[in-house]
Design a binder for this molecule. Structure first.
Ligand code: ASP
Length: 333
């Protein structure tokens, strides 16, 4: 019988409706879990619940909460066979991306899940999500941080929140699901990361100033000059298509050059959910590359942000960070 630690961080799964909208309610959540026969100790696995207080709507998650979740896993790593993290859906993809980097040489499953309807309500998707997440954590097939939601197990750092109201709330448009869950749980063996040979380590993140700029027709880049070159250490530029910016955005290149010289890492991602950045494919992206920007390739913006936090927190120099942004560390590219 496998031992799983369930870490409850909050989110809709454990919320109740109030006059001010949905809020986390630990008592009701405990009551609802106790009513589920599938979760009786030993039915799927032996498990313990750790409530990370205060329970949060995941919109309130910060680097500090990522560190807290990471510390709980690291402290309990040897005692449990796997981990299920209950989390709000709004920033689940960010947390999954961040944890995927913070856990180095992860050799156990870390499955993040939640729900669109609270577990105490009649049509809740939370019950199946939590039961199946526990089964996947107990199966010991994956050695990475994943999101399980509505029948699909996705690589965490490839996932995006795709729907604000559908039950299929997550997608990983650039990577096939790690498993599909119907009558059986079918793993996509070719996609799974191998068990690491080195021992597990945990890297805490520092709260580095990072920004995201989404390019749009008519953008006045000069407005971003100071923050990009002086205030931020990492910037993700969400460009059009394969990494393109307007050709007449002449203000941008000197800003990027200045930022680059100041040690700011500029990573180019695409606004398209599917596909990759290919710097240099068009004249409109070539200039970005010459100015010192690095390609985020097919990384999600969520992952590019998390990876910059991680690489800066490791204390690497700018050159190493720029090079590492373009190399896959945890299957994120
Ligand atoms: N606002 C909620 C949260 O992210 C939404 C959810 O859990 O689905 O915590």
């Amino acid at each position: 019988m496998k031992r799983i630690l369930v870490i409850n961080t909050g989110g809709t799964i454990g919320m109740v409706k109030t006059n001010q909208g949905y809020v986390p309610n630990l008592e009701k959540f405990r009551e609802n879990l106790n009513k589920m026969p599938e979760l009786k100790k030993g039915a799927i696995c032996e498990w313990e619940l750790y409530n990370m207080l205060p329970l949060l709507d995941s919109s309130n998650m910060t680097v500090e909460e990522w560190n807290k979740i990471g510390e709980i896993v690291a402290l309990n790593y040897a005692k449990f066979d796997g981990f299920v993290i209950l989390h709000g859906t709004d920033t689940m993809a960010y947390t999954a991306s961040a944890l995927s980097f913070m856990f180095e040489n992860l050799g156990k499953p870390v499955i993040i899940t939640g729900s669109q309807i609270p577990i105490g309500e009649i049509r809740s998707d939370g019950r199946d999500n939590i039961i199946t997440a526990m089964m996947i954590a107990s199966a010991q097939k994956v050695n990475e941080v994943c999101i399980f939601f509505r029948g699909e197990l996705l690589r965490g750092n490839r996932s995006i929140k795709y729907s604000s109201d559908g039950f299929m709330a997550f997608k990983s448009p650039n990577a096939e699901p790690l498993a599909k869950v119907g009558i059986e749980i079918l793993y996509n063996e070719a996609m799974l990361l191998p068990k690491p040979t080195k021992s597990f380590a945990f890297q805490k993140l520092e709260c580095i100033p990072i920004g995201v700029i989404k390019v749009f027709p008519g953008i006045q880049f000069e407005l971003f000059s100071n923050i990009m070159a002086e205030n931020l250490r990492g910037v993700v530029i969400e460009t059009f298509g394969a990494g393109n910016i307007p050709s007449n955005a002449s203000a941008l290149l000197p800003i990027i050059e200045k930022a680059f010289k100041n040690g700011t890492v500029i990573t180019v991602c695409t606004q398209c959910p599917q596909g990759t950045v290919l710097l240099g494919a068009y004249e409109t992206s070539n200039a970005l590359m010459s100015a010192g920007a690095v390609s985020g390739k097919d990384m999600t913006t969520e992952t590019a942000i998390a990876k910059m936090y991680y690489l800066f927190s490791k204390g690497y120099d700018t050159d190493t960070i720029c090079k590492t942004m373009e190399i896959s560390l945890r299957g994120e590219i």
